[in-house]
Design a protein around this ligand. Structure first.
Ligand code: MYA
Length: 440
């Protein structure tokens, strides 16, 4: 599903900040050349349409569009940490009718409130046909990894009715950028109730989560979004593999191809009944050390990737019913674990369809092939996903996924997913294949 949202920016916030927009370049004057380069950058900014200015993001320690491709800026933190005693101790001000809460995701009641907010107000595709429907079990899994902070699960309620109307979360993660492992927050589930949109609540939510992350002495973050903000480290694309083509066509997720009948389409996407690779089986608790070794070795090749230890692997990759599925290949002779594949479960609500209310989607997570060709491994992943009743298998073009996407009959989606780092500069935009990170 396309992961897009539309944000509108009030015109009052988009005044032209540059009174000198007629500067010209004099190549003979190096001092002036520098200022002139600034002037060109400024002109590029000014020439952007009003809707592309970012009143909030321009104030944040993130790569700015005007600095893109400037090799003189060093890689690494954009701002140094501030002493903890200087971090603002009180929450940011909210408009009068609202109050902050810290969400206790251990309780069923809180989980249900968050679930309901997201189920009705979270990410929709461009045509508003589908909306992500993260399950309660999924939310508990996504928000309570090893070392998580309850204070990073932030809600906004209406003071009088106590209704939950906004949400944002962080979870801790060690993420490697080139050779440096950085403690970061992974920020996700930013959501403002539909009735409260375009009131600049999102920037307050982001500032508040930033403050609470800073209080734990963490100064960097990673996040993804469907929208383009300053400035993506990489732009990725979703690909979709039909498992239940008839349903996907009936709900308008896909269309019957030219010169195709329904029965030919069903035949095209048909898969064997069971996996083909000998030794292919579900991951179990005792596999955690071997899977960790396999994954750590594999992720080394990517420019940005998580630095998983055994606790992380146990949490993020040990199968959890209807949340995350992991399979591996155990050599029949040596009993070595040679290959691994995984996907997570994220259904989408089908908005306003008479016959179907939900699409069951599997999302490719981390896959490692050392002995079994990646194509064969992922074909087995498709086979087990089909067997488990998924309608579609989605994958980003990250890591080595391009090797199998076209071959296994994935088709490109219409939305793009942008990857971002907060307060960390990389001086080159990454190709998706240089990314070893999947956020939920
Ligand atoms: S991505 C999923 C985002 N959620 C949705 O798409 C759900 C449906 N949409 C909504 O609920 C609202 O439209 C949201 C915006 C809440 C998205 N990421 O309040 P506003 C900027 C970052 O008037 P609203 C996810 O969860 C926008 O450019 N910024 O707008 C990762 C504008 O700023 P500027 C976004 O539509 C989140 C401002 O907000 C996003 O009512 C990572 C407008 O505010 C977006 N997806 O609400 C968050 N969408 O004027 C960043 C809009 O400058 C984390 N905006 O352009 C950063 C790291 C923090 C921790 C740091 C620790 C060191």
């Amino acid at each position: 599903m396309a992961d897009n949202n539309v944000s509108s920016t009030p015109p009052a916030e988009n005044q032209n900040p540059n009174p000198n927009s007629n500067d010209t370049i004099d190549p003979n004057n190096s001092n002036e050349t520098e200022t002139s380069i600034d002037a060109i950058a400024q002109k590029v900014q000014d020439s952007m349409t009003l809707s592309k200015r970012h009143k909030f993001w321009e104030t944040q320690p993130v790569g700015q569009f005007k600095d893109s491709g400037n090799p003189s800026l060093p890689e690494g933190p954009i701002e140094p940490p501030t002493p903890l005693s200087e971090v603002k101790q009180e929450p940011y001000n909210l408009p009068g009718p609202y109050e902050w809460i810290t969400c206790d995701m251990d309780t069923k009641e809180m989980c249900s409130e968050v679930y309901t907010l997201l189920a009705n107000n979270y990410v929709e595709d461009d045509e508003n046909m589908f909306r992500f429907n993260y399950s309660k079990d999924f939310l508990q899994w996504a928000l309570r990894p090893p070392g998580h902070y309850r204070s990073w699960h932030i809600g906004v309620r209406v003071k009088t009715s106590k209704k939950l109307v906004a949400f944002i979360t962080g979870v801790p993660a060690r993420i490697r950028a080139r050779d440096t492992v950085v403690s970061m927050a992974e920020i996700n589930f930013l959501c403002v109730h539909k009735k409260l949109r375009s009131k600049r609540l999102a920037p307050v939510m982001i500032k508040e989560v930033t403050r609470r992350v800073h209080l734990e002495n963490i100064w960097q973050a990673a996040y993804t979004a469907g929208v383009v903000l300053p400035t993506p480290i990489s732009t990725c694309q979703y690909w979709h593999r039909s498992l239940n083509p008839k349903k996907l066509i009936d709900v308008g997720f896909s269309r019957l191809g030219a010169r195709m009948t329904m029965s030919r389409t069903i035949k095209l996407y048909k898969l064997p009944d069971s996996p083909i690779t000998p030794g292919f089986r579900k991951m179990e608790l005792h596999d955690v050390p071997a899977v960790t070794r396999l994954l750590r070795g594999y992720l080394k090749q990517f420019v940005v990737a998580p630095d998983f230890d055994e606790d992380d692997v146990e949490h993020w990759l040990l199968p959890k019913e209807d949340v995350v599925d992991s399979f591996l290949v155990e050599s029949c002779e040596t009993h070595d674990i040679t290959d691994f594949c995984s996907f997570y479960t994220l259904p989408s609500t089908v908005i306003g369809n008479q016959n179907y209310s939900t699409l069951k989607a599997a999302y490719s997570y981390y896959n490692v092939s050392t002995k079994t060709p990646l194509l064969q491994l992922m074909n087995d992943a498709l086979i087990v996903a089909k067997k488990k009743g998924y309608d579609v298998f989605n994958a980003l073009d990250v890591m080595e996924n391009e090797v199998f996407l076209k071959e296994l009959k994935f088709g490109p989606g219409d939305g793009q997913l942008q990857y971002y780092l907060y307060n960390y500069r990389l001086n080159q935009t990454l190709r998706p294949s240089e990314l070893g990170l999947v956020l939920l």
